[in-house]
Design a protein around this ligand. Structure first.
Ligand SMILES: Cc1cc2nc3c(=O)[nH]c(=O)nc-3n(C[C@H](O)[C@H](O)[C@H](O)COP(=O)(O)OP(=O)(O)OC[C@H]3O[C@@H](n4cnc5c(N)ncnc54)[C@H](O)[C@@H]3O)c2cc1C
Length: 462
């Protein structure tokens, strides 16, 4: 078996929070004394993801969920049963099991967000453990190797044409892509520069390699949030956000599948993250639009809020009273992870306007006058998509290649499979924290297991 990666490996997964949505009685839930069942998980997810996948597939996803988490533990990915006692978009390093979706707005809330046990954002540890397990299993890994074309024979995908780097250009490309990943996300001008140099190395030094794949090819090359033209074409309402991923999310994998005869779906679905917690007190606030009209529910998951904001033209504010602001400020120290702190401090200081009356605060924010709530003074926090540098709005694409839900095979293309954000999956209609990684593992294992039952083996040929 051969794994190809255009960069050094890891993609958005290694940058992620490492939260895996799992339930139905995982070891961690049982240890924490949390009562859950596959039926309860199915009930909540059906409401959340609607018809992203068939009922039978979602049921299988829920029924296999606890086993899937145990399988991840078998690959040395560590989880923990310490339940977070407050609502947050991401727990501090004291907690690893939390309500990672809109559970507070659901009658039977259960914590199912299983964060990989590691300090800071845990995606790096999640990926590193899986990469080690892959190496231990004897899989050949070819980094700095870009898939550029699928080879077909008699209507079946039988290989991949690639451009690969070796020697010094490969080493420099690796350093640039590793050093550029975080800046690309958090300080795009620097990230673009570093990846621009990496792309130049590819153009100048890469040579062609053909990988013959008799058993099948699985595309798991991420989504397309890094390709502005593709986002504009498929989801034009989603502009002005922070591209949540890596330059590998350029839709290249999806395009390879389409060129081989595959179809796409849900390409207009984008997850827009507008978290108002932590601090948890802010979920008591009221969301209002540019006319001052109340909408939505601040207790819901950040992507549910984000999508409602986009539907209102991208402009929104969170109205809070004096009590909420005081409690929220007092919660910053204990409820925020280090990477969240600067943003929360920005929101509670420069990101808001305050005035003694509701009319004055609305005038300061430049919006219609909302109904007053609570006790003055009132504050309005700008939670618009383009609220400013201190509060960027992350976005990731959810649509992709349409696959057979039993096997992961790209519909109508024998020998070709797709997984993760290159494919339509459980989270393709709407995302809650942990559901992307859970779907990546679910769909990746499904495709892998199916390919493994085919005959033959992949080999690299230069
Ligand atoms: C900051 C951040 C936090 C997040 N937190 C969470 C979370 O906690 N839980 C959760 O569920 N989701 C989270 N997400 C979303 C989640 O990480 C992604 O949706 C998921 O990791 C996508 O996985 P993937 O395997 O589809 O793509 P990736 O992990 O991006 O992997 C795709 C790989 O394909 C490679 N590639 C691309 N094109 C080619 C090509 N042509 N040839 C060869 N290789 C190619 C890329 O280099 C990359 O390594 C987060 C995302 C970000 C950015």
């Amino acid at each position: 078996m051969v794994v190809l990666d255009r960069f050094a490996g890891g993609g958005a997964t290694a940058l992620s929070g490492g939260v895996v949505y799992a339930g139905g009685g995982t070891r961690q839930q049982v240890e924490a004394g949390v009562a859950d069942s596959a039926d309860a998980m199915f009930g909540y997810l059906r409401h959340e993801v609607r018809d992203a996948v068939s009922e039978a597939t979602l049921r299988r996803f829920c029924e296999d969920s606890a086993k899937m988490l145990a399988w991840l533990e078998d690959q040395d990915v560590p989880f923990s049963s310490s339940v977070c006692p407050f609502k947050t978009s991401y727990p501090t390093d004291d907690y690893y099991l939390y309500q990672s979706g809109s559970e507070d707005a659901w009658p039977d809330p259960v914590p199912r967000g299983h964060r990989t046990r590691a300090k800071g954002t845990s995606g790096k540890a999640f990926f590193a453990r899986l990469a080690e397990a892959t190496r231990r299993a004897g899989v050949r890994i070819m980094p700095q190797t870009r898939a550029v074309e699928l080879i077909t024979s008699d209507g079946r995908v039988t290989g991949v044409r690639c451009r690969t780097l070796s020697g010094l250009p490969r080493a420099v490309h690796q350093v640039l892509s590793q050093a550029g990943a975080k800046p690309w996300l958090y300080y795009p001008p620097l990230g673009r520069r570093l990846f621009g140099l990496a792309a130049w190395l590819e153009r100048r030094f890469a040579r062609s390699v053909t990988v013959v794949a008799r058993q099948g090819v699985v595309i798991s090359a991420g989504g397309f949030i890094a390709d502005r033209a593709m986002v504009q074409e498929n989801a034009p309402a989603y502009r002005g956000g922070l591209a949540l991923g890596t330059p590998g999310d350029d839709g290249g994998g999806i395009r390879l599948g389409v060129a081989a005869g595959g179809k796409t779906a849900r390409m207009d679905k984008v997850s827009v993250w507008r978290f108002v917690t932590p601090p948890s007190a802010l979920q008591r606030g009221v969301l209002v639009d540019a006319d001052g009209k109340r909408f939505g529910d601040a207790t819901r998951y950040g992507a549910a809020i984000g999508n409602e904001i986009v539907e209102r033209g991208g402009k929104a504010w969170l109205l809070i009273d004096d009590d909420i602001l005081r409690v929220a400020r007092a919660q910053v120290r204990t409820q925020t992870a280090r990477f969240q702190r600067w943003q929360v401090r920005y929101l509670l200081n420069r990101g808001l306007v305050t005035a003694p009356t509701i009319e004055e605060v609305a005038a300061k924010a430049g919006i219609g006058t909302p109904e007053p709530v609570g006790t003055p003074p009132f504050s309005l926090i700008n939670v618009s998509v383009r609220a400013g540098f201190g509060y960027p709005c992350p976005m990731l694409t959810l649509g992709g290649l349409v696959v057979d839900e039993e096997t992961g095979q790209v519909q109508g293309v024998p020998g070709l499979y797709a997984a993760g954000r290159s494919a339509v999956g459980v989270c393709s209609e709407s995302y809650v924290s942990g559901l992307a990684l859970a779907d990546c593992v679910f769909s990746g294992r499904r495709a892998g297991q199916h390919v493994a039952t085919s005959t033959g083996a992949g080999e690299a040929r230069c």
